[in-house]
Design a protein around this ligand. Sequence first.
Ligand code: ZN
Length: 458
Amino acid sequence: MSVLIKNGNIVTAVDSYVADILVDEGKVRTIGTDLAAQADKTIDATGNYVIPGGVDPHTHLDFPFGGTVSSDDFLTGTQAAAFGGTTTIVDFAVQQRGDSLSHALEMWHAKAEGKAAVDYGFHMIILDLPDSRLPELDEMVRQGVTSFKLFMAYPGAVMADDATIFKAMSRSADNGALVCLHAEHGLMIDVLVKAALADGKTAPKYHATTRPPIAEAEATHRAIRMAEVAGAPVYFVHLSCHEALQEVQAARARREHVYAETCPHYLTLDNSMYDQEGFEGAKYVLTPPLREQWHQAELWSGLKRNDLQVVSTDHAAFRFADQKTLGRNDFSKIPNGGPGIEHRLSLLYTKGVMSGLIDLHRMVDVFSTTPAKLFGLFPRKGTIAVGSDADIVVFHPEEETTISAQSHHMNMDYNMYEGMRVKGVPKVVVTRGEVIIEDGVYLGTPGDGRFLKRGTQA
Ligand SMILES: [Zn+2]
């Protein structure tokens, strides 16, 4: 199928111009003014921004956590992503303790097979790494799984010790993979959690008070220093606070290859959400927790200055009615995570661009281009250029909507941004040349999305 997108304002991380785009056989064929080409379908994009489809490098679909499984799977989660203008995700496969990485990868291929609306890749979460398994890291890279995630938090569950982290970093220095870290001082937090519970502090808000910003900053610092010794780049997932950002800034000032993402919820929500009545705060029990409001300005500023390079969602959806309730009498048993895969673009546009905190090019950069670059997908993904995959969003900048669980497409019974007015709507979403969203209707077929064998960093 060929598609002609006429007269849109094409915006990439570096350019902005009005032109037509001819898409054919899944690729961008021609970009020019007044293209006379015939196409199977023509879209009038006058008055719209035409931007590269989003790359969300942090999602948890069909994800086992805390005795339950996240509510969105690869069917519902990727459709919600598409409605929000995201056309590529990188999700997390998880090694089982004592088991091989290739077995985990097989399991996650099976979860996604035939379901996805958009293209997907996998990171591999590593739990343990005896020396005999080190060659498996190289094998993952050969199979297109070119990033590994390790947890510095959740002792007794998924936490990896420092030796394991350092070994993964050292191996990645040779094989070109990128080590991604959940940076929090897990053992210290565990003591704080147990002390809070012993004091009868069981409500959701104590999830936040037992995970202070310094616990995140300490782990960020420690991981940066280990990466320096290993000679490897390092990437911090879901950076939430000024203190951790300062560690990243200091390392980047030393010209270290240190990268970090933040998420829309840290940019737009704060810890007052935990003060809501009853058990409502459980909707915001995600990790790291929401911080005091003043951190938001620091994070936006970090994005603008390139101390932060990516905005991902960390989409991990657990229903309020019957999943979050696992922790009704003990905040430490509330499944951690929040739904957000659908709203990254409209939140970035409304709270970032419309507020003058970042410009349109920077928005495209953190939404699509840099995640594609860091995770080995560029220039196939992350830009609009002749020969790149035709993953394109026609974005209407004036249309306003109200975010609500009543109208969202995630398989979720609540929305963290309930009632928030946002500007900007993805009117048409094209993935590899197929129109899968048009005027609020999903036109694709489950299984359109394919596994992406990713490369190493350029
Ligand atoms: Zn996550």
